[in-house]
Design a protein around this ligand. Sequence first.
Ligand code: ATP
Ligand code: MG
Length: 393
Amino acid sequence: MKKVVLLRYGEIHLKGKNRGLFEKQLIDNIMESLLKVDENVKLKKIGGRYLLYDFNEDNLDLIVHSSTKIFGLVSLSVATEVESSPEAIEKSLKNLLENEELNLFSAKTFKVEVSRADKSFPIHSTDFERQLGGIVLDFFPNLKVNLSLPEKTIFVDIRENKKAYIFMDKIQGAGGIPVGTSGKGLVMLSGGIDSPVAAYLMAKRGMKLSAVHFHSFPYTSEQAKEKVVQLAKIVSKYTGSLKLYVVSFTKIQEEIHKNCKSAYMITIMRRIMMRICEKLSEKFGFQAIITGENLGQVASQTVESMTSTESVLKNLPVFRPLIGFDKIEIIKLSRAIETYETSILPYEDCCTVFLPKNPIIKPKIDLVEREESFLNIEELVEDALNKIEIIEI
Ligand code: ATP
Ligand code: MG
């Protein structure tokens, strides 16, 4: 008897012609993630799903945990692999019941569901179900069989490879589609609650991500940067390995502070951030910029403000997957993806440095451009790009 993990994929089925590419990407993503947990883990395809095997059973929980973060998988099950003879299956079932690995203590009703891809297996599915159900009842005499709506189902999957798989629970997967099948994006990662959630949502729709963070050292601390690295690490469990571009924004902020009306500080900062993102995109091939912005959440997140930041871009869309979420919904998601506790650590963001008392919340583009004319933006952008730090996450 050995433990294996069955992985089931979802939307990938719908992708017709591209299916081959999708599957290849999904398998690459699974292996990239799981080889970090167990260097011996192997994957093969059986009957429209994947089987993980040859891993050290001590790593089982970690393998399951990591698998639940891989987009494109809808569910998984820990299964026991046995030789596919009636005797071997019966013996294993008894063993699993005895060791309480198939735990039916809390249930009142159950059924056994046999599926027989191997038609040479000597017993018909329904007969074998009855036989195995009898074994379960010997162990749990108070249980009742319920074929239409059982509380627990024991699945016995008899495959062509002369192996059978016994399992009970289906664990929910991350859903979505495999990262790497929907283009490349650059997420603006701030260290707050929202942007890591925005990254998660775009990765869920298959986008391969890199991240950019702007800091204002020494106005912002080394810990503030560390926090963002930490967030990127958590996000990378979903996105796969990613590059974090760390850009110093100090000089730019000082220049704006010195030369422009303070009410325009935030607007101009955001527009310069966007210009830097666009340059990075030209250089590294990103097809969209992603932010954690959310309509009306704070004064700066008005439609006018978003229009003004976006208008500096020539050929690049800005994706804002959180635009219509309530804060409570965002927090719930950030807890679920395990970024929340890091996001709320109390370190400052560069947006809070030189924060004006009365920022313009509905900026008019011609007035913003007038303020910007007091800066040498091209030079500031070039300079920031030249000093960029790249961290591999
Ligand atoms: P978050 O929780 O993501 O920080 P927020 O509610 O604090 O968002 P803002 O500070 O207005 O909102 O920032 C809006 C978006 O701009 C962020 O979600 C993020 O995508 C981007 N952003 C803000 N500050 C930075 C930064 N220092 N580096 C990179 N991106 C940033
Ligand atoms: Mg923020």
